[in-house]
Design a protein around this ligand. Structure first.
Ligand SMILES: [Zn+2]
Length: 321
């Protein structure tokens, strides 16, 4: 269902097309299309794994991990705990996160390993807010996209170092969610790009134009998506330009795919963390492509795909046993 009528949608898209930040996001997504295409061609949604163990103290487990692996992050987490800047609710929380202005972290209590994973994720965001968090309100594309990848890489590293086999097993469930999210988000990006292309060609989009595209392109990106679903993606597009709010699907698609890649680089060479810490505090200053070139100078779509696919295959095996 469309939130707005097409006239309003077209007005917003017209504005967005003139917005440099929006066009930058479009360019990044277009550059990554060969990689995205490969992923949705080769990977399908994994069955959810229904294995869950209760674990009360996964945030302390996360702190122990930080203490051993990320000294500065550990010190900051301790300081925040002492100053009540890390708030842990005693129920599960939909909007866990790191406040962009105050830097405070809000966590729920799910009583499983996800609490520890979330603490690490948000703490890494906390670091990439500095030194701007208390003074600046603006957000940048690099922080939104690359910050997500760094937080996810840190989660994956924590998961990899879990010693308790049953917790490690349980953590796989959250990884399966990530893989499925990435596939879903990439499919939406493809639809968004087609809609923007249609806008460029026709100067507008509406039901007829989209229908015509679907009818004329049998093997089209909408796949089994019917018009109604395409319209829910249009709702997404109308948010592209507002306050540089990067659509969540783009943030997560890039975050997850590059998160796996960064975590693989770190597994190969733990010293890579130094580069990651440095980048994490400099995200505001650097362009997205520069960030990619620093962390993965030899990267190309194939190496990034291989890394994602390796983990996809492992998880696929784990869900079918
Ligand atoms: Zn995040």
């Amino acid at each position: 269902m469309l939130d707005l009528n097409y006239e309003e949608v077209n007005k917003i898209i017209n504005e967005e097309m003139k917005n440099d930040s929006v066009m930058k996001i479009v360019t990044i997504c277009k550059d990554l299309l060969p990689l995205f295409n490969k992923i949705i061609k080769k990977c399908e949604f994994l069955p959810e794994k229904r294995y869950e163990i209760e674990y009360e103290n996964s945030t302390s487990l996360a702190l122990s991990y930080l203490k051993i692996n990320h000294q500065e992050y550990y010190e900051e987490a301790k300081r925040m705990m002492d100053n009540n800047e890390i708030h842990i609710a005693d129920y599960s929380l939909d909007n866990a996160g790191c406040d962009s202005y105050s830097g405070e972290i809000f966590l729920g209590n799910n009583r499983n390993i996800s609490d520890g994973l979330t603490l690490i994720h948000e703490l890494f965001h906390h670091f990439n807010l500095r030194p701007f968090n208390r003074f600046h309100q603006e957000n940048t594309i690099s922080r939104e996209l690359f910050g997500e990848a760094i937080s996810i890489a840190a989660e994956l590293d924590f998961k990899r170092k879990l010693e308790d086999k049953s917790l490690l097993e349980d953590a796989k469930k959250f990884e399966i969610d990530y893989i499925n999210d990435a596939i879903d988000c990439i499919k939406k990006i493809k639809v968004e790009l087609v809609l923007l292309d249609l806008y460029s060609v026709y100067g507008k989009i509406d039901k007829e134009i989209i229908k015509k595209f679907i009818d004329n392109n049998e093997d089209n990106v909408f796949g089994p998506i019917v018009l109604e679903e395409a319209e829910s993606v249009i709702n997404n597009i109308t948010e592209w330009g507002s306050n540089l709010k990067i659509p969540l699907n783009i943030k997560y698609a890039i975050g997850i795919v590059f998160g796996y890649y960064i975590s693989d680089l770190i597994e190969e060479d733990n010293n890579k963390w130094k580069i990651v810490y440095e980048l994490n505090t400099k995200l505001y200053e650097l362009d997205f492509n520069d960030l990619l070139n620093i962390i993965c100078p030899l990267y190309n779509n194939d190496t990034i795909f291989d890394s994602f696919y390796k983990h996809y295959e492992e998880l696929k095996k784990a869900t079918t046993i």
